[in-house]
Design a binder for this molecule. Structure first.
Ligand code: HEC
Length: 196
């Protein structure tokens, strides 16, 4: 009897261990989180999302001293799965674009450039009920904790993405793996320029 009891206690303890270690390892919820006053909370867990692609020197915002910036794009995992299946973005899709400073000089490097300091975080959220224009834009500094959506309605971020992005508001023309999917699913917007 004592042995059975001991075995039970052991089984329960191991089950607890598995449960708690799993819970601790869970990535943060990837759905957009808003503060009580309607600001978007900085999406802290985004480096565990799906990495989309990077750009070099193609930043559309002003860079310090004309420095060539790197941009790294991440998207929420559920949105990525939906895109692979449908070539479109579901409601609550969230993109993060990191902007990194660059250098060519350091350590053993002789040619080419690499990323150094994080200089900002641009975020884009698709939410058809919360935002009248469906897509909203947020600009976080390197440490800002919460940011309001860019205003007014149809601001410069929104306009450039509306007019030039290949699929809905996303610049899939610059993300080679997503571009293949969009081509196969025929979801590229009519009239968008993909070539020069
Ligand atoms: C003049 C055009 C233009 C403006 C204005 C603009 N963007 Fe973009 N955006 C781009 C291009 C081009 C890319 C893709 C290439 C890159 O930078 O890596 C992009 C990519 C993004 C991405 C990655 C996901 C995607 O849509 O492809 C986010 C997030 C983003 N921009 C946010 C913003 C925010 C926030 C603003 C305003 C503060 C803004 N953008 C203003 C052109 C623009």
């Amino acid at each position: 009897m004592r042995k059975v009891l001991l075995a039970c206690v052991f089984a329960l303890a191991s089950a607890c261990l598995v449960f708690f270690s799993r819970a601790a390892g869970q990535p943060q919820s990837a759905a957009p989180q808003f503060t009580a006053d309607g600001k978007l909370a900085r999406p802290e867990g985004y480096r565990k999302w799906v990495y989309v692609s990077s750009g070099y020197g193609m930043s559309y915002s002003q860079s310090p001293d004309g420095m060539q910036m790197f941009t790294n794009v991440f998207v929420t995992p559920t949105a990525y799965d939906y895109f692979v299946a449908n070539g479109k973005w579901p409601d609550k899709t969230m993109f993060v674009l990191e902007v990194y400073e660059s250098t060519s000089h350091g350590s053993i490097n002789k040619h080419g450039s690499y990323q150094t300091e994080l200089s900002g975080l641009d975020v884009e959220v698709k939410d058809e009920t919360r935002f009248a224009d469906k897509w909203a834009y947020f600009n976080f500094g390197s440490a800002t904790k919460a940011a309001s959506a860019e205003t007014p309605s149809k601001n410069d971020c929104w306009k450039c993405h509306e007019q030039n992005a290949a699929v809905e508001h996303s610049f899939v023309q610059f993300y080679p793996e997503l571009l293949k999917i969009a081509r196969a699913k025929r979801t590229i917007k009519a009239g968008v320029r993909l070539d020069e």
